[in-house]
Design a protein around this ligand. Structure first.
Ligand code: CTP
Ligand code: MG
Length: 225
C-alpha cells in the first residue's frame, strides 16, 4: 500500500540569502520544490503529499502542479516542527508517514525503497550517511575543546519514516515541553522510541547555503544523462 508524506516547505531560507525562499529557486527550469515533489510522487509507494506552506506564500499558486490532486496544501508554522505537525494533523487514515524536507531535491528512488522497508519491522527510522571528516567540538572561543570519535557518527537526512500516531504524539509533546527539535528523529528519541539508521546516498543534500545550489544542479544533471 501507499504511504503519505509531509513536506515542510514553509521556511524563508534565511541562510540562502536569495530574493525568495530557496524552495522557489530554479534548477533546470523547475523550482527546487517541484524537483522534490516529483521525486516523491514518482515512487509507486508514495501516496498523498501534505505540503506545508507559509500562510502568505505568493509563489506556489503559480506552479503547474498547484492544483495536482496528489497534493494537499496546509498552512505551516513558525518552526519546522510546527509545519510538520500541521501536516501530520491533516492525515486521517494512515499507519506510517514519511517527512521530507522541501529543500532536498536530489532524493533517490532506491533510498525511498530502503527506508520504506522499515514498515515490515517494529520501529521507524531515518536516512543517514556516515560522517567522513574528522570531527571536533569547539570550546566556544575558536579553539578545539576535543576531538569527537567519528565511529558510528551519522548525518541525519530526510525522509524520516515513523508510525503516524507515535510521531504525532512525540512531536506534540516535544513542542509543548519547549525542546528544540530539528528533525522527527529527535522527537522520537525524546519519547524513547528506537530510531533505525538506514544508510542513504550522500548526494541527498539539503540546500542551505548559496553554494549548495551548484552541487544540486550537478547531481541532478548527472542523473538525467
Ligand atoms: N520549514 C518549514 N517551516 C518552518 C521552517 C522551515 O516548513 N517554519 C521547512 C523549510 O522550508 C525546509 C525544511 O523545513 O524545506 C528545512 O528547513 P531549513 O533548511 O532550515 O529551511 P529554512 O528554515 O527555510 O532556511 P533557514 O533556516 O536558512 O532560514
Ligand atoms: Mg530553518
Amino acid at each position: 500500500h501507499k504511504f503519505p508524506v509531509v513536506v515542510p516547505a514553509a521556511g524563508v531560507g534565511k541562510r540562502m540569502q536569495a530574493d525568495r525562499p530557496k524552495q522557489y529557486l530554479h534548477l533546470h527550469g523547475k523550482t527546487l520544490l517541484e524537483h522534490t515533489l516529483h521525486a516523491l510522487h514518482a515512487h509507486p509507494r508514495i501516496g498523498q503529499i501534505y505540503l506545508a506552506l507559509h500562510p502568505q506564500d505568493p509563489y506556489f499558486g503559480h506552479l503547474p502542479i498547484a492544483d495536482a490532486d496528489w497534493l494537499t496544501r496546509v498552512d505551516g508554522g513558525l518552526e519546522r516542527a510546527d509545519s510538520v505537525l500541521a501536516g501530520l494533523n491533516q492525515i486521517m487514515d494512515a499507519d506510517w508517514v514519511l517527512v521530507h524536507d522541501a529543500a532536498r531535491p536530489c532524493l533517490r528512488h532506491q533510498d525511498i525503497d530502503a527506508l520504506l522497508s522499515l514498515a515490515d519491522g517494529q520501529h521507524g527510522g531515518i536516512l543517514a550517511c556516515p560522517v567522513r571528516d574528522s570531527m571536533k567540538r569547539g570550546n566556544g572561543a575558536g579553539l578545539v575543546a576535543t576531538s569527537v570519535c567519528r565511529d558510528d557518527l551519522w548525518h541525519a537526512l530526510t525522509p524520516q519514516f515513523f508510525p503516524l500516531p507515535a510521531l504525532r504524539e512525540a512531536l506534540q509533546h516535544a513542542l509543548t515541553e519547549g525542546h528544540t527539535i530539528t528533525d522527527e528523529a529527535s522527537a522520537m528519541e525524546l519519547a524513547s522510541h528506537p530510531v533505525a539508521l538506514v544508510e542513504g546516498s550522500p548526494d541527498n543534500i539539503k540546500i542551505t547555503h548559496p553554494q549548495d545550489l551548484a552541487l544540486a544542479e550537478l547531481y541532478l544533471t548527472e542523473r538525467s544523462k
